[in-house]
Design a protein around this ligand. Structure first.
Ligand SMILES: [Cu+2]
Length: 398
């Protein structure tokens, strides 16, 4: 990310403003459908929510358990935004909505969300500085530095137990501070390092957008690979966490828990980069809708389905397009090079051999020609052969 000092400050200030500004258009439901008119049947259970907290809430809602009624255990088998082909299209719209809400808030249609290239390897969070997403507190490994405005942020949607047992829905109440301890999960060494640049290069080479069962167990699926349930080369491996998933888990705190993760604003930058990889894949492999599954994907993930809970309704298909041409934004990104395949190595070897032969031929010819010049003085009556050669070059030897 190449933001100037002023751009960093403007971005942080814009996020802070979004965290404090009530969403001008949308309210959230705080009760399920059966209770939506309140205990007296006449008080609608909706609340105002701030622009940034709405961004958090809509993500929480998309992964929350399904309430089956009083006295029944909630059903956790549905995830409208992860572990399926809609992962990329859902998060793309999620970001677009935040970006547009912030543009409206700032009265600046040119405002754009930046990205964080998280594929830098190592165990350092390079954007965890006080001029960006907040440094680590020197008092508590798991907290943000008091010099960062984000140390003042409080999370929403934390009381999952209540939602599941009482049948309530996350409301706009803010509770604890953001927790973050990059590379600090000592119990899970695999998530103590960020993805490598080569992982991005590898996943972009996975040709098929998604593969049956269109789930987190899909193999040779670009979507499952960039989401991070497969090895970066595409093969499914149940113990692997790579790319997007690895970047989340690396944060080790609020940003590493699916129902809470957008509460840590790093979520925005992590997902814009994931979206940039998605857009590069579309550019390289084409955005023909036929490669996006029309059916048999988990609920909400089929091509023509609306993405829950966005309003107004928008389908996965509408986001399966190249961004610069269809959505009006683009990423300034440089993609890591890929190692050569055997076919490419053979092609390069043949071309190199041909070039060498051509160079030897040219050098020999020049030598002969130089020799001919040298000898002309001594043998002006040499044969036609050399004269014709020199005539071709438009030179006269006589
Ligand atoms: Cu997510």
């Amino acid at each position: 990310m190449q933001l100037s000092t002023d751009e960093k400050r403007a971005f942080v200030n814009a996020l802070e403003q979004a965290k404090r500004t009530t969403h001008p258009d949308l309210v959230i439901a705080t009760r399920h459908y059966s209770d939506i008119f309140g205990p007296d049947g006449n008080t609608v259970e909706f609340e105002n929510i701030t622009i940034y907290n709405y961004f958090v809430w809509s993500h929480y809602y998309s992964v929350s358990k399904t309430f089956l009624g009083a006295g029944q255990a909630s059903f956790g088998g549905v995830d409208f935004s992860h572990e399926g082909p809609g992962f990329l299209t859902w998060h793309r719209y999620h970001l677009l909505q935040l970006e547009q809400d912030m543009q409206d808030m700032l009265l600046d249609p040119s405002f754009a969300l930046p990205y964080w290239n998280f594929a830098i390897g190592g165990n350092t969070c390079d954007i965890c500085t006080d001029d960006l997403m907040g440094a680590r507190s020197s008092f508590d490994m798991n907290s943000l530095s008091p010099n960062s405005v984000f140390s003042q942020w409080r999370v929403i949607c934390e009381s999952v137990e209540d939602y599941d047992t009482l049948g309530t829905i996350c409301n706009s109440t803010e509770t604890s501070p953001i927790r973050r301890n990059p590379a600090g999960n000592v119990n899970r060494p695999m998530v103590q390092r960020l993805p490598e640049p080569q992982d991005v290069a590898d996943c972009l080479q996975v040709n098929t957008f998604d593969t049956p069962p269109f789930y987190s167990t899909s193999s040779e699926s670009f979507r499952n690979t960039v989401e991070g349930y497969s090895a970066p080369q595409g093969n499914y491996d149940p113990i692997v966490r790579s790319l997007h998933n690895l970047a989340h888990l690396f944060l080790n705190g609020t940003g590493g828990q699916t129902h809470l993760s957008p509460n840590d604003p790093i979520f925005v930058l992590l997902h814009t980069f994931t979206d940039a990889i998605f857009d590069e894949w579309l550019r390289r492999h084409g955005s023909d809708l036929a490669v996006y599954p029309e059916e048999n994907a988990p609920i909400g993930h089929n091509r023509g389905y609306n993405m829950v809970p966005f309003w107004p309704p928008v389908t996965n298909a509408e986001m399966f397009v190249t961004a610069p041409e269809n959505l009006g934004y683009s990423y300034e990104a440089e993609w890591p090079g890929t190692p050569f395949t055997m076919t490419e190595i053979i092609t390069i070897a043949i071309v190199a051999a041909l070039v060498t032969v051509a160079l030897i031929f040219a050098a020999t010819t020049c030598a002969v020609r130089a020799r001919s010049h040298k000898m002309e003085g001594h043998q002006p009556l040499l044969g036609d052969q050399y004269q014709r050669y020199d005539d071709d070059k438009g030179q006269s030897v006589v």
